[in-house]
Design a protein around this ligand. Structure first.
Ligand code: HAM
Length: 427
């Protein structure tokens, strides 16, 4: 019979790697807490309308990449492709406007996009993200850029760079858009097919097209940060001043526009030179109109998200993944073996007592020979073995042996001594 495989673009994280994932999550929680962000967990699916209104109808994600289906009562449901719109929805729904502002939230969870899978691009990927809502100060933009940098630094990553742009606000962007269209229209014939199609509707998207002929055209295109209104300009300059003072180096990238309609003013990406084509380790920006466009009160916001698989890929190519790579080796501290079938129940009791100490303890469930049990202990990485009984003729109540597996040293112990002796040898 044919076996069932995981769907294309999804991954199983097996033991060995799952420890690395946990470590990444633990470091994330530490960094988020130190920056004052608290965790939010939003549903994995939402009403489709949230993303259509939030991310924008004409964006690639909404047009082509969403996992959208009708549920059993005919409502249109979408597996979340990103985390910002759900957080903005939750902000409105739970009246967070009344909380002390800014409300700073982070999340860790799976996102779903129907994209063509390749290295670093999945149909289910995990994101670490943070959003600060309710305050428009550029210091928060600086923090949104600093957060992923701090995270990657603690993970031991290097070889990444920050790209920064400001795409203005609804007051200044229309004039820039017009200016850009005036530049692009006479050059339309040189653009790729999809850029020609989206030229009139979303000319800014042409700027981040990776096709070489499009890049040649946009090389000298008008730059959004040259067309900012006074407020946006001051905001952008203040942000750059903050970044300079914080020692964050960045590249101004006039072609960075990002893929969602909610962005205003600041947009940024953290790019890695350790990854191939999918080199964006993190991306984010300001979205001062998002909450209002979802029916909430006017509320500025800024944040970022980073793909966990990409962070892990960059960590392993930098040799900084840490932990155990092989899921079949090394995950316990103590192995409890029984020398004779008559002593298996005692082994079970000792196992529980040792586990209660917080050690990682495993025992035999298959009635294997003592030799086979000790081989298993070795593969599982046990440092200490407790052998209940010394030989096969051993009877209930006979002493046990505690063996230090690396040193080969061993000592007899009775029930009252065993925990202390194991503790000494594990220390
Ligand atoms: P995004 O740039 O679409 O932004 O995604 C954020 C990050 O998620 C990317 O930089 C990348 O590391 C990772 N990522 C995206 N798609 C995939 C994929 N198919 N496979 C693997 N990794 C992927 C957002 O989603 C915004 N919500 C970020 C944000 C938060 N803006 C403001 N606040």
């Amino acid at each position: 019979m044919a076996t069932v495989k995981a769907p294309r673009g999804t991954e199983d994280v097996l033991p060995g790697r799952s420890e690395q994932w946990s470590r990444l999550e633990a470091v994330t929680r530490e960094v988020m807490a130190s920056y004052g962000y608290r965790e939010i967990r939003t549903p994995v699916f939402e009403h489709t309308e949230l993303f259509v209104r939030g991310a924008g109808e004409a964006t690639d994600v909404v047009e082509k990449e969403m996992y959208t289906f009708a549920d059993r009562s005919g409502r249109s449901i979408t597996l979340r492709p990103e985390g910002t719109a759900p957080v903005a929805r939750a902000y409105i729904e739970h009246g967070m406007k009344l909380w002390p502002q800014p409300v700073k939230l982070f999340y860790i969870g799976p996102m779903f996009r129907y994209e063509r899978p390749q290295a670093g691009r999945l149909r289910q990927h995990y994101q670490i993200g943070a959003e600060a809502l309710g305050c428009g100060d550029p210091a928060l933009d600086a923090e949104a850029i600093l957060l992923p940098i701090e995270l990657f630094r603690r993970l031991g990553l290097s070889g990444f760079s920050v790209h920064l742009n400001s795409i203005g606000c609804p007051r200044c962007r229309p004039a820039y858009r017009e200016r850009l269209l005036e530049y692009l229209r006479p050059r339309a014939a040189q653009l790729c097919e999809s850029c020609q199609r989206r030229l009139e509707r979303s000319p800014l998207r042409v700027l981040d097209c990776k096709v070489p002929t499009c890049r040649a055209v946009t090389e000298a295109a008008p730059r959004s940060f040259d067309y900012l209104c006074d407020d946006c300009r001051v905001h952008f300059e203040t942000l750059q001043g903050h970044l300079g003072a914080l020692g964050v180096s960045y590249t101004l990238d006039p072609r960075l526009v990002r893929g969602f309609d909610y962005y205003t003013r600041t947009v940024f990406e953290v790019l890695s030179d350790q990854l191939g084509a999918q080199n964006a380790l993190a991306g984010g920006g300001r979205y001062d109109g998002l909450v209002e466009s979802l029916g909430g009160p006017p509320t500025p916001g800024v944040g970022f998200a980073s793909g966990m698989e990409r962070a892990m890929l960059a960590a392993s190519s930098a040799g900084k993944a840490g932990g155990i790579e092989d899921g079949r080796a090394g995950w316990i501290d103590v192995y409890v073996a029984s020398a004779a079938p008559a002593r298996r129940r005692e082994a079970l009791l000792v196992t529980r007592r040792l586990r209660e100490q917080g050690w990682r303890v495993e025992t035999d469930y298959e009635g294997r020979s003592l030799r086979a049990q000790l081989r298993w202990a070795d593969r599982a990485g046990a440092r200490v073995a407790v052998i209940v009984g010394e030989e096969e003729t051993s009877e209930p109540g006979d002493p046990m042996v505690v063996r230090h597996l690396a040193r080969g040293e061993q000592q007899r112990a009775d029930d009252a001594q065993v925990v202390a002796l194991v503790g000494r040898w594990l220390a």
